[in-house]
Design a protein around this ligand. Structure first.
Ligand code: PLP
Length: 451
């Protein structure tokens, strides 16, 4: 065994894993990246279909971003963000206010997605306390939601594997059954969906609005639920009812922001402006930990006044407003504009979708191919007619993942759902390799013929 692998196993506890799995599938040590490709220390290469956990927008070791980092590091790498500021943070804040929905006018910096969610929850609660609405202290979240794994964020998550054990420690969240277009109970036509499923949310809000501080959603796509996509009509209805009952709407765009769904922000599909927008992952092009929470003048103004612990938002993260992260984010957005990234993604997204649909046609184990912008997901089922899935113990996705790795493809399935979320700079040839190799891997899993 390679020395690095040995030491990795000796010293490191990897995230989101049963470490015993590493006995069979050893950690793959990457020493170089270029574009969509990752190169390991044994000379193998892998196409990064998942943008290294949904973060990488413009490819690994992007020349322009590397230059921006080199330039920034020679002026200031990091400076305390309390009472001090830095040029890239200021420029980035202005830029974000200009490109996000109109009501979002203030930017609060943090350093990862979960803390952005914590901040939005705390701000919403704290706002209501200041308004004297002491009973508004609960949050509403959708079934199968994912919002991060610190205790507050985990409280609004609904993924059993992540939540179950910690239940005694979590907030008392109101859980509402979310949209599920693939297994829709409402007989909606997918292309003329009127989000009839919203009735469950409506009922919940009418009954509980006195207690509700905010509703948190992943707009358009519930990522960790298995790239579950839903209609913008749902978001429109949600915005309306939140306005009616003085409830905050928190848009967790941590995964979907920065062009992933084909619009700069997923909320744009519904033309809504949330009260809080959490951004992370794609913000810093997959280079550095970084996040922001954006909010409205109304929320900001409520906290504005003489210093006291009831009025001030006394929350901080050491690396808030990190100058390196902000410089990267600025260059990322500059490239988005200059290279027309979102516009060019339309064709690429469409090609991925088309090739995937063609391949899926003949495979009876593919229940659904769903797609939006630069996401295409493939749900594997036992039986197309009943849509019954495989039990998780079979780890179908994990087995396909291992086969795909041996063919130079980095997938990271969620249960029975395989998906492509590649860096936006992927080219046509790479798209073909990605789709073909993925389907070869699926076929080999089901036929048992390994090539
Ligand atoms: C990844 C993710 C988070 C958590 O972000 P971390 O940086 O991993 O803490 C929260 N919400 C959504 C929708 C995410 O995809």
């Amino acid at each position: 065994m390679n020395d690095y692998v040995k030491k990795d196993l000796k010293y490191i506890w990897h995230p989101c894993a049963q470490m015993k799995d590493y006995e069979d599938l050893k950690p793959i040590v990457i020493e170089k990246g270029e574009g969509v490709w990752l190169y390991d220390i044994d000379g193998n290469k892998y196409l990064d279909c998942i943008s290294s956990w949904w973060t990488n927008t413009l490819g690994h070791s992007n020349k322009r971003i590397n230059e921006a980092i080199k330039k920034q590091i020679d002026s200031i790498e990091h400076v305390i963000f309390a009472n001090f500021s830095n040029k890239p943070a200021i420029e980035l804040a202005e830029k974000l206010v200009n490109i996000t929905p109109s009501k979002l006018t203030k930017v609060f910096f943090s350093d990862n997605g979960s803390s952005a969610v914590e901040i939005a929850l705390k701000m919403s609660f704290h706002y209501n306390m200041q308004k004297g609405r002491d009973e508004k202290r609960r949050f509403v979240a959708l079934s199968d939601a994912y919002h991060g794994e610190t205790l507050g964020a985990l409280s609004v998550c609904d993924i059993d594997e992540f939540n179950m054990v910690y239940k005694p420690l979590l907030l008392d969240t109101i859980r509402v059954e979310g949209p599920d277009c693939y297994r829709c109970k409402y007989d909606c036509a997918r292309d003329a969906c009127n989000a009839e499923c919203f009735e469950v949310m409506e009922k919940c809000i009418i009954e509980n609005h006195d207690e509700i501080s905010a509703v948190i959603v992943e707009p358009m796509v519930q990522g960790a639920a298995g790239m579950r996509m839903y209609s913008p009509v749902y978001l429109k209805k949600l915005r309306q009812i939140c306005d009616k009952y003085d409830i905050h709407l928190i848009a967790d765009e941590i995964a979907m922001g920065f062009g992933r769904t084909g619009e700069m922000f997923a909320c744009n599909h519904a033309q809504i402006s949330p009260d809080f927008m959490c951004l992370s992952k794609g913000i810093s092009a997959g280079y550095m930990p970084m996040s922001v929470v954006m909010t409205t003048d109304e929320v900001y103004d409520c906290f504005y006044g003489d210093y006291n612990e009831r009025k001030s938002f006394l929350h901080s993260h050491t690396y808030s407003g990190n100058a390196m992260g902000c410089a990267i984010a600025l260059e990322n957005l500059k490239i988005f504009e200059e290279d027309n990234i979102i516009e060019n993604n339309r064709e690429k997204g469409e090609l991925i979708r088309k090739l995937t649909m063609e391949k899926a046609e003949s495979l009876k184990h593919v229940g659904e191919v769903r797609s939006i912008g630069m996401i295409t997901a493939i749900e594997i089922v036992k039986d197309r007619a009943t849509k019954e899935g495989y039990p998780w113990q079979m780890r179908v996705g994990y087995e396909i993942y291992k086969i795909a790795l041996s063919k130079g493809l980095l997938l990271r399935p969620i249960g029975n759902v395989l998906y492509f979320i590649p860096p936006y700079i992927i080219n046509e040839e790479e798209i073909k390799f990605m789709v073909n190799t993925c389907f070869q891997s699926i076929e080999e899993y089901f036929t048992g013929n390994r090539s």
